[in-house]
Structures are given as C-alpha cells and as structure tokens.
Design a protein around this ligand. Structure first.
Ligand SMILES: [Fe+2]
Length: 337
C-alpha cells in the first residue's frame, strides 16, 4: 500500500518539532506520514527514499534560511525530480527575490511568512494536498482516455485489415507524418502528441463503405465516388460524442477539404479548415501516393513529392506543406521509415 508523505525541512530541530506537532493536531493529516529533515541534503535523500519505496510526496515545506543550500534552492532542485509535488516556502519578507524566482519557474505552490499563523499554515497544507490529489486524478483520467483512444484505433486497424492488408501500416505512417509536420511547423508537444493519437482515426468512416467499392481495382465512377465521400460523415457520426476531443472530430470531418476550396464535404477553404485537418490531409495524400493500392501501383518518392509540391496553395496550406517538405533530406523524415 502506498502512503502519502509531507516533508518538512528546517535547520532548527525545535522549529521542525513544533511544525510537526501543529500539523499532527489536525485530523486531516491522520493518515499522512510526516517526515523531517534538518539539511537540504537530508531532504533530497529522504525524498528519493520515499519515491523509491513507491510512496508519494504531495507536499514539501521548507524554511528559506538554511546553511549550505537555501530553501528556495532546495525546492528549485526538487522541482526537477518531483514536478507534481506542491512546494511551500517559509520565509521572511526580506527574502522576496527568492520567492519571485521560484514563482517565475512555476516551482512554488505558496509561501508563508515567518513566524507563521497556525490556521493559515494548516489551511495551506490541506489545500496543497487536495490540489495534488485532484491533479493526480486528472492525469490518471487523461491516461485512461488516451489508452481508450489507442484501443479504438487498434480496433479500427483490425477491421480495416480485412479490406486491405496495408491499411494498418498506412494509419501508423499517417500518425508519424502528421506529428512531424506539426512539430516542424512549431506546434507545442501536447498538440503533437494529440495529433499523433487522433490522425489514425481520419478514415474510421470507411467501415461504412462497401468492400466492393473500396477494393475496386479500377477508377471509381461518379456515383461510387459520391459514396466514398460519405466516409467523412459516417466517421463523424461514429465519434460524435461530447466526451471525444474536438481535434479528433475535426480530423475525421475535414481531412478532404482543400486549401483553395473544392474539397469535400463542406467546401471549406484556407484558415476555415481546422489546422489539424490541414496537417493530416498532407500526410494522407503523400502516403496514399507512395503506397500501392488495388487500383494503382505505388508512385516513387521523388515523383510523389513533385505531385504534392504542385498542390502548394491549391490542395494544401503552403506553410504546412513547406514544414513537411523541409524534412525530406533529414534522417528523421518519417516518410522514409
Ligand atoms: Fe479519407
């Protein structure tokens, strides 16, 4: 069973003992282990031992004025290893520069002036524990959502495997190419992670299109093409649930829109097409060109790049296409995997 710890750091043992005594009078802390350290070094060792034992340290409270290493230096250092832990600094008003530095690094939960007010201290500690627990829960829920999405993508891969053996590889490549474009175009790592997760869903609606049309070894007639176009609407219906991220819905619904208009189904253009769909459309078309299909052989890398480049500002957002093509001579270009 994992325990929660509250780590208190002060170079004066008498202060530590009175801090511990005050905290122990509050029933909120009944099941929380209170650890004390008289030096920054001891605090770092103790924190390591606690986490190696599988326990958590929701809160660390430290005095600012200590020999060798100050409280703000200690909390700053611990922040690198325990970013989720809420850190509280006990300090005099003359030490505000240390507080400012920590706040600017987003490493401080709160600071309390010495001598502290007992009520204030206990209130801050309780709030810090509650905030830590809430953030933990949110993190666990997000992990669950991500694994559910991956399970859905993997189920889709298995379904499509019956239609086309290469589809599974296609959707994995779409994921890495979309992530590459997003990162190169300057989107943050959260965006990159999400687009990699959701890009494989773009053709989920193809499960609603007949096998005869999807595997027709020839050009589709206009009526058949109209049916294939429906896969974006079908896909959107499949994932049209308010618990699903709008980014996933935008990719499914808009990945066949074109930068200068004329795509399907809504004939959007330019910035009106959500950026995640503009990214996936480049990845989708490039990968479709370079992969063999029942109705066409694979087209070579150079020729495919030429075809794609021709569509700059027509089918594709010019800036995003430039980001994609800027990587073609680099070793991490995902298209050469
Ligand atoms: Fe599609």
């Amino acid at each position: 069973m994992a325990f929660e710890h509250l780590l208190c750091v002060d170079d004066e043992n008498i202060v530590l003992q009175s801090l511990k005594h005050e905290i122990k009078t509050d029933p909120f802390f009944k099941n929380i282990i209170i650890d004390v350290a008289e030096t920054a070094e001891d605090a770092i060792d103790l924190a390591r031992e606690i986490s190696e034992a599988g326990d958590t340290i929701p809160v660390i409270i430290s005095d600012q004025r200590m020999p060798v290493m100050s409280g703000s230096e200690l909390l700053g250092q611990l922040h690198a290893s325990y970013p989720d832990t809420k850190k509280i600094l006990l300090t005099g008003y003359s030490d505000l520069s240390a507080v400012t530095e920590l706040v600017n690094r987003d490493a401080l939960y709160r600071y309390l002036a010495k001598p502290w007010d007992s009520k204030d201290l206990l209130l801050s500690l309780r709030e810090a524990f509650r905030t830590f627990r809430q953030h933990r829960q949110i993190g666990e829920l997000n992990t669950k959502i991500e694994s559910m999405t991956l399970a859905m993508v993997s189920a889709l891969e298995s379904t499509n495997f019956f239609f086309d053996e290469d589809t599974g590889n296609h959707i994995r490549r779409i994921s890495s190419i979309s992530g590459f474009i997003a990162r190169t175009a300057g989107f943050n790592e959260t965006f990159v992670k999400m687009i990699k997760l959701y890009a494989p869903l773009h053709d989920i609606g193809k499960v609603g299109i007949s096998k005869e049309i999807l595997l027709k070894p020839a050009r589709l007639d206009p009526k058949e093409f109209e049916q294939v176009k429906e896969h974006v609407r079908i896909g959107h219906r499949i994932i049209d649930d308010e618990s699903i991220d709008p980014m996933a819905k935008n990719i499914v619904l808009y990945h066949h829109e074109k930068w200068n208009g004329g795509g399907y189904l809504e004939d959007l253009s330019g910035d009106r097409i959500p950026v995640e769909a503009r990214i996936v459309s480049i990845a989708d078309v490039y990968d479709a060109l370079t992969s063999p299909r029942v109705y066409k052989p694979a087209i070579g890398r150079e020729e495919s790049i030429e075809i794609i480049r021709e569509e700059r500002g027509k089918s594709f957002d010019p800036e995003l296409l430039d980001a994609f093509l800027s990587g073609m001579d680099k070793p991490n270009w995902p298209c050469d995997e």
